[in-house]
Design a protein around this ligand. Structure first.
Ligand code: PLP
Length: 398
């Protein structure tokens, strides 16, 4: 890797923890290390700090603190919402989701199918969009829950969550949204959205990994997923991760302060990179519609090149991006999201995601625009051996 500053354009995978967040959580590790459930004075500060954090995250999504359950991650929040709905309505054996959800949903739904549930995976069009009529048509008397993400992590495409939730409400079906990628980038008002459940994850929001939340609308039947002590008002067992909860609270406060910047400065950086690539690199195509879309994400296919090879050469230049592909046992699987959109296989295998964050600058965009055209040209000219060597190295590094 070069000795230049790292250009990190993979903020949809995780974000660097903000210095203010580190500062806020440190006292929980040093001074206020008591168990918040204990009866003595040492427990008071951590217990209070959790409630402050709960107010901060509640403000981010426009609800009361009592409607927030802290969880171990976004994955747990998604799992909890879906399994709770099914547990509380045992006669309902049908679930609706989409073909482009995070694996937290897709894999859970595949497991539900093995357990005898029926799952409808709603299709998307080439722009990554969803047809409201498909949801209308899919809802059945035995539908227990509809779970549809707000913002796609691979393409940034937004689904019309408010309309989707309204359709579910009119049929009396519970609705959950995975809003992990929306947080900090879009204003969130759970009441206006009309959702029953909403998931967030802190590490996509400049806080540490391993902490998430689930919003549960008041009076919604709820069954805990993690059974244990009476933490989180009996809704999620396990001693609270106080430091991470406090970090989440601080990150939520910062996210509210920076939401305009995400939609102005960060959006224009993304646009500059996207337009620069599409204009200078032949055979490059954006995957997914232009709007409505997250302000920080672009996904671009490069015909005739393996995404993993581009990523390897970008990494040597100190540039981090990602492919939607999952690397399983050395074979490179094309992204299920791009496949569902009908992106041709060869293009989806040559597709990269660039996702910006608040730490990115104009210089980052310029570095990519300086390096990427030559990398793509080089790979297109390269002998098949060079490509397979790159793939082999990648397989060896997992
Ligand atoms: C990252 C992500 C998740 C999972 O969150 P974790 O906290 O890493 O479990 C779920 N959904 C989407 C859309 C994500 O981007």
């Amino acid at each position: 890797m070069s000795d230049k500053r790292l250009v990190y354009l993979d903020n949809n995978a995780t974000t660097q923890v903000a210095p203010e967040v580190v500062e806020a959580m440190l006292p929980c590790l040093t001074k206020h290390w008591g168990n918040p459930s204990s009866a003595y004075d040492l427990a008071n500060a951590p217990a209070r700090m959790i409630e402050t954090a709960r107010s901060q995250v509640a403000l981010l999504i426009g609800t009361e603190p009592r409607n927030i359950i802290f969880t171990g991650c976004g994955t747990e929040s998604n799992n909890t919402a879906i399994q709770s709905a099914l547990y509380c309505n045992p006669t309902k054996r049908h679930v609706i989701t989409t073909a482009v959800e995070h694996s937290a949903n897709i894999k859970l739904c595949h497991q539900l199918e093995k357990r005898g549930y029926e799952v409808t995976f709603l299709p998307v069009d080439l722009d990554g969009g969803i047809d409201l009529c498909d949801l209308q048509a899919a809802i059945r008397p035995d539908t227990g829950i509809v779970s549809i993400m707000w913002a796609n992590n691979e393409t940034g495409v937004l689904f019309p969550v408010e309309e989707l939730a309204a359709i579910c409400r009119s049929h009396g079906v519970l609705f959950h949204t995975d809003a992990v990628q929306a947080a900090g980038k879009l204003p969130i008002d759970v009441q206006k959205l009309g959702v029953d459940f909403l998931s967030l994850s802190a590490h996509k929001l400049r806080a540490p990994k391993g902490i998430g939340l689930l919003y549960v609308k008041p009076n919604t039947p709820f069954q805990p997923y993690i059974i244990g002590g009476g933490q989180e008002r009996g809704q999620r067992g396990g001693t609270e991760n106080v430091a991470n909860i406090v970090a989440f609270g601080k990150a939520a406060e910062l996210a509210l302060e920076h939401i305009d910047e995400e939609n102005t400065r960060v959006r224009s950086l993304r646009n500059k990179l996207e337009q620069g690539i599409l204009q200078t690199i032949r055979g490059s195509v954006r995957n997914g519609g232009g709007e409505p879309r997250l302000p920080n994400t672009t996904n671009i296919g490069f015909d005739g090149v393996e995404a993993e090879a581009i990523l390897l050469l970008l990494d040597r230049e100190g540039i981090c991006a990602s492919s939607g592909s999952a690397c399983t046992t050395g074979s490179i699987e094309p992204s299920h999201v791009l496949q569902a959109m009908g992106v041709p296989l060869l293009r989806s295998k040559g597709s990269l995601r660039f996702s910006f964050g608040l730490d990115n600058t104009e210089a980052d965009v310029n570095r990519v625009l300086e390096k990427l055209p030559a990398i793509v040209a080089r790979l297109r000219d390269a002998s098949p051996e060079a490509l397979s060597q790159a793939e082999e190295r990648l397989a060896n590094t997992g």
